[in-house]
Ligand binder design. Structure first.
Ligand code: SF4
Length: 447
């Protein structure tokens, strides 16, 4: 069969393969029999290297269709990488260092931590309070929908624009990676489309959208897709909570119409593994140790007029929703209080380098051992090797009681190295996130 497959046809095949066990079984049993359903017509064997279980997957024979598909995926990802690189290089230095330390901490704590190290986003703005969907797997345990911030009510539009302007001013262009939902569904707000157009005006691209409410009003969803075609940005995501959802979306929308919509295959039959945060911890399905919180930065709610500084974590005893709150405050309509909150975070929390009076201790889950003249700092998911002699001496001097300045003077005495170099070594370890402890609830109230 000559391959005329389009990448979005392959995308649809893989979505069906992942989420629908009957489809999967048919493809595996009869790879050389044409499958014709849901707008695709293809031989599973044409892209066998993309779906078959194989230990030699990387070395399997590549077909033209699978090569075209993977290069299409790479081009899509490159768009996102452009913005993620800005996030890594162009945000304020102290915010960058704090985010880096939290990302390094989380990378050593969670199954997906390393993969998400460079993909933690700088802010999310919620446009409602609660969520109408009530997914059983909700990693943020979203409560029921209580209220919605309509654009033209209560000065919300003006406040929203002031918030995004402040975020652009503080975070810079990389603020384009922010988005407008959290423990909320964007489509719960009838004015969501208005908000993304305003965001687009501020940042030059629309925010990424993830909704599980695409099915509530299919005409609205069609109009949303048309609107998104007029804007740039990356792909959006529709959540699939049941096999029925999967079959409805594929009946209503062609593979081409959904080429820029990733389906988040959350139905119980799906092969996708969920993180064990929030309500997902009670699921009978396979989960992995991790949080779904993808922001290390600011969480803003427009209905409650609140702003928090948050970062993902796996200490579900203290922080059941999988993210820790470092500070929070409320604001009125002006951006002044938001900017003051950024200043508070800069001066009191982000701390680009170690404070001389800080009592140093290494995170509890890190096991320290020695081998071949090096120190191994090991967790369930990471191993940091420390070979530098001064860094090793700093770690050996940490006793959970001494301050940074006491440790520096202790190491200076023992090694005869100058204090500047010892402090530099301590700061190198600080950057690796090994001293990052989570705040304790109740909240560290600001102001
Ligand atoms: S997962 Fe999303 S859509 Fe589902 S309840 Fe949570 S916030 Fe709502």
């Amino acid at each position: 069969m000559a391959s005329k497959l389009q990448p979005w046809d392959v995308k649809r095949f893989l979505e069906l393969f992942t989420a629908d066990p009957e489809f999967r079984e048919e493809a595996i049993k009869r790879p050389n029999q044409i499958i014709s359903c849901h707008g695709i017509k293809m031989l599973p064997s044409e892209i066998q290297d993309l779906w078959q279980e194989s230990e030699n997957r990387l070395f399997d024979r590549r077909t033209n269709a699978s090569i075209t598909y993977t290069s299409w995926c790479t081009k899509r990802r490159q768009k996102a990488h452009h913005w993620l690189q800005k996030l890594d290089t162009e945000i304020p230095s102290s915010f960058h260092h704090w985010r880096n330390r939290q990302a390094n901490r989380y990378a050593a704590q969670a199954a997906d931590g390393f993969a998400r190290r460079k993909r933690l986003l700088p802010f999310a703005i919620e446009l409602s309070e609660g969520c109408s969907i009530g997914c059983q797997y909700c990693g943020l345990s979203a409560p029921k929908l209580k209220s919605v911030a309509r654009y033209d009510s209560n000065n919300n539009g003006t406040t929203f624009n002031a918030i995004t302007a402040s975020l652009k001013n503080y975070v810079g262009e990389a603020g384009a990676t922010g988005f407008l939902y959290w423990a909320t569904d964007p489509f719960d707000n009838p004015d969501y489309e208005k908000y993304i157009q305003e965001f687009n005006k501020e940042f030059g691209i629309p925010p990424q959208t993830t909704t599980a409410a695409w099915r509530k009003n299919l005409n609205r969803t069609r109009d949303f897709l048309k609107l998104r075609e007029t804007m740039g940005g990356t792909w959006d995501r529709f959540s699939i909570n049941s096999l029925e959802d999967l079959h409805i979306i594929m009946k209503e929308f062609s593979p081409l119409q959904l080429k820029d919509i990733d389906l988040v295959l959350q139905n119980p039959e799906s092969l996708k593994i969920k993180s064990c945060a929030g309500r997902a911890k009670d699921l009978a399905t396979r989960t992995q140790l991790g949080s779904i919180a993808c922001v290390s930065g600011f969480l803003i709610n427009l209905t409650q007029k609140s702003i928090k500084l948050i970062s993902p974590c796996i200490d579900f005893e203290k922080w059941p929703q999988g993210y820790a709150i470092y500070a929070e405050t409320n604001f009125q309509d002006s951006s002044k209080q938001i900017e003051e909150f950024f200043e508070h975070c800069e001066s009191k929390i982000f701390n680009e380098s170690l404070d001389a009076e800080k009592i140093l201790s290494v995170r509890g889950e890190i096991d320290i051992s020695q081998s071949k003249g090096q120190l191994n700092l090991t967790t369930q998911y990471a191993k940091i090797i420390v070979e530098d002699e001064i860094e090793k001496a700093v770690i050996s001097s940490i006793n959970g009681k001494s301050t940074v300045s006491e440790i520096v003077s202790d190491v200076c005495k023992k090694t005869k190295v100058n204090p500047g170099l010892v402090l530099h070594a301590a700061n190198m370890l600080y950057e690796k996130g090994i001293f990052e402890k989570l705040p304790d609830p109740p909240l560290l109230q600001y102001a």
